[in-house]
Design a protein around this ligand. Structure first.
Ligand code: S3P
Length: 173
């Protein structure tokens, strides 16, 4: 893990990747990149629109291409989308250019933080709790491949960012 120049945040929806990423970048003096925001800016449409108009596979393709582009960059805190690492090639690519940090949270916390869930097409379900449970089950083996895992359920954004910063500083020293 030594000498890796990026910090990559992965994990389920609403575990705090974007907010923590922003804070962490500030603490560590690195540039922050939110992959979902870059995809939306480049495509000129929102993620729910990409899902609705082009389908999930088209979104996954954009995501994987974005991961490949990140591999040539250094000095970044990268916040991935919740499904980015549900793909072994993306995991290998992300690990080759940074420390992969997984943020987790318990189901009530995820549901609370997700709010209405309007901007997250995979949470458009009659029984949202059941959908979250199903997806977590399918995805846990992917998230567990991260180098560091932090349960954010009872922590503030600042506390999570500080904890990651401390871990990374000891890894990179
Ligand atoms: C997704 C998570 C979303 C976004 C898209 C798909 C997923 O990002 O990439 O809606 O598959 O879990 P967040 O994790 O930031 O909500």
């Amino acid at each position: 893990m030594e000498n890796k120049k990026n910090i990559v945040l992965c994990g389920f929806m609403a575990t705090g990747k974007s907010s923590v990423g922003k804070k962490l970048a500030e603490i560590m003096g690195l540039e922050f990149i939110d992959m979902d925001a870059v995809i939306e800016a480049e495509e000129g449409i929102s993620i729910p629109q990409i899902f609705a108009e082009r389908g999930e596979p088209a979104f996954r393709e954009l995501e994987s291409r974005m991961v490949e582009r990140m591999m040539n960059r250094t000095g970044l805190v990268i916040s991935t989308g919740g499904g980015t690492v549900v793909n072994l090639r993306n995991i290998a690519n992300l690990k080759s250019c940074g420390v992969l940090v997984s943020l987790t949270a318990n189901i009530p916390t995820i549901l609370r933080r997700a709010g209405s869930g309007k901007e997250r097409p995979l949470l458009h379900a009659e029984d949202r709790e059941e959908r979250v449970r199903e997806l977590l089950l399918k995805r846990e083996t992917f998230y567990s491949q991260a180098d560091i895992t932090i349960d954010t359920s009872s922590l503030t954004i600042e506390e999570v960012a500080r904890e990651i910063s401390n871990c990374i500083t000891s890894i990179w020293k």
